[in-house]
Ligand binder design. Structure first.
Ligand code: MN
Length: 405
């Protein structure tokens, strides 16, 4: 279509919408402030570049064998560039640790470092993208029994603790290099297929391991930590160590972000209703937007009621700066570039449809929480200059000890 036709069509549409009280420019302006973090793992069926020869496993399964799977970092980046060319706006890329570039050497997970991601960082810089990060606690011999940070074996636990520590540092290096805060999300597969004799001990071990992982404070300007619960997975149907309640308690008590994955709950349970619930008690969350279908939690996102409900909760409440939106699905039965494009565009469409329904002079409500920056200030008894997003304020009743100024 010619550019002039597009411009004329847009002008006509803008007039029609204006007659219904919709300020199209304002809606698009709001939309432009909301980045979506595209998940790198849709491009190669959660394969990674370690070349350990391992299979996916640990409750993860990708079905389909559509041609065109990315085999190298260069191919993956080229495919992402193609997908991004179909997606309006400036966005982010979400990387897993095993997508590092190790120069043909075997670098185990407890030895990864920012240098293994320098190509990703310079590529992101060139393309104006932010980066998010994830430790990869699966597809590895030390995860073969299904337990990582909660493993009964101290040596294995320590291995994964070290991996997660390094992952946070990589996240911070990415955030610093790009000048865009990186969210580093911890998900582990740990759980039992059948009813365990002891539900407590693995959770106690997980809490202890996570405390070790997060021991070193990192600047929230560069890195934010998130933890991701799950109700069940393949091979962990009866018991997941990192359940919703476990991580909700952990995130609130340790001042971490909670990750709400749309595919990680009971099939009749949506995450839209959880957003305003958990945001009463924590400043920011991470979403993994996915689409659960029966037992599977990872179908390509479509524009359905669940997605619209999620978008509504974010936009109607003015939570755009407090909700980090990432995608998390993998489908190898269709073109992978199309899968990224379809899912991301649907997320954007859902947000746009809510942006234009926001009333003209409505202001986002103040909510009684403070930012990680505020938490940090409280801990150090320093003065907080401002909250992170500027759209919410500290509740003096809840945080009397926070000094302002
Ligand atoms: Mn997820």
């Amino acid at each position: 279509m010619k550019q002039t036709h597009l411009t004329q069509s847009f002008q006509l549409a803008r007039e029609r919408y204006a007659s219904l009280g919709v300020d199209v420019e304002r809606a698009l302006k709001t939309l432009a402030t909301i980045p979506i973090s595209l998940h790198c793992w849709q491009g190669d069926d959660v394969g990674g570049f370690e070349n350990f020869g391992g299979s996916l496993g640990n409750g993860l399964a990708v079905t389909g064998n559509h041609p065109g799977k990315a085999r190298t970092p260069e191919e993956l980046r080229a495919d992402l560039e193609k997908a991004l060319s179909f997606i309006p706006g400036k966005h982010r890329l979400n990387l897993h640790a095993f997508y590092g570039e190790f120069g043909g050497k075997k670098v185990d997970r407890d030895a990864i470092a920012p240098e293994h991601f320098k190509n990703w960082i310079s590529w992101a810089k060139k393309n104006g993208l932010g980066l998010d990060f994830n430790p990869t606690c699966f597809s590895h011999p030390k995860a073969a029994d299904g337990f990582t940070l909660s493993n009964a074996n101290k040596g294995i636990r320590q291995f994964w603790i070290e991996h997660c520590i390094r992952s946070r540092e990589i996240g911070a290096a990415m955030g610093q290099a790009l000048g865009k805060t990186c969210v580093t999300n911890v998900w582990i597969p740990d759980g039992y297929k059948d009813t365990p004799a002891d539900r407590n001990a693995p959770r106690a071990r997980l809490a202890e391991s996570l405390d070790a992982v997060f021991k070193k404070p990192l600047s929230p300007k560069f890195n934010l930590d998130a933890v991701e619960p799950k109700l069940f997975g393949i091979g962990s149907e009866s018991y997941v160590v990192g359940s919703h309640e476990f991580y909700l308690g952990y995130a609130v008590s340790r001042k971490k972000l909670l990750t709400l994955d749309a595919g990680h709950y009971h099939p009749t349970e949506g995450i839209a209703d959880k957003i305003s619930s958990v945001l009463q008690f924590m400043p920011e969350i991470l979403l993994h937007v996915s689409r659960g279908v029966r037992w599977d939690s990872d179908h390509v996102v479509v524009l359905n009621d669940d997605l619209l409900a999620i978008a509504r909760e974010i936009v109607a409440n003015g939570f755009e700066k407090r909700v980090h939106i990432g995608l998390d699905y993998f489908d190898a039965s269709i073109n992978r570039v199309a899968a990224w494009t379809i899912g991301t565009r649907n997320m954007i469409r859902a947000l746009l449809s809510r942006c234009w329904s926001r009333r003209k002079n409505s202001k986002p409500p103040n909510v009684p929480v403070i930012s990680p920056r505020g938490w940090r200030c409280r801990k150090k008894s320093n003065r907080c200059r401002s909250v992170r997003s500027g759209i919410f304020t500290a509740n003096p009743k809840m945080f009397r000890s926070v000094k302002t100024g």
